[in-house]
Design a protein around this ligand. Sequence first.
Ligand SMILES: [Fe+2]
Length: 221
Amino acid sequence: MIPTKGRSDLSDHANSWWTDYTEVSLQSLPPSRLWSLKLLNNVVETKDGYTLGHCRRVQDYARALGEALGLSDQQLSNLLIAATFHDIGKVGIISAILNKPGPLDAFQWQVIYMHPVLGRELWEGSVPRLIEVARIIHQHHERWDGDGYPQGLAGEDIRPEARVLGVVDAYDAMCSDRPYRPALSDSVVLDELYAGAGGQFDPEAAGLFIDIIQDRKLKAA
Ligand SMILES: [Fe+2]
């Protein structure tokens, strides 16, 4: 489905998720492989209007939180690539489910649960030398309390980069209009982050991210 924002917005945002950092991190790939990955991410943006700009914002938040947590340069590099491509598996999910303007039924949720698996498989097949990125993509919907998907991993069994991605992806989703609800207010989003620390989110990552967004709001005021 073409995003409701219209074609001009689509072309404006066609590579909105592609940053210099991504370019540098993946520059050793054969050009045709890089082009294919860009194309797949653009297909996801076209199918799922929500992802317009989402990947770039998630990259920005992930970099800030990853640095605050003291991740290594290699972890940061993998995290930012995974942030760019975390939803690439949605290329295999039908638009009618991605854009359903109401609650999903049990079967539709099972389909959604497949996108981290499809994303891991796509990445493994495309860039096997960056296997760690595939693992982060696979784990980006796991939860600290073990109630996530697709594997139900918990706590430190989830890779630190995936725990970062879990916080910042959820934050951007809450701040965005979705087919089934409008964007949540700043105060509600903050309450959700506090409430989710130690449940949905790694408590250290959630706490640091709250500090980051409050600091940014202060500077912007
Ligand atoms: Fe996702």
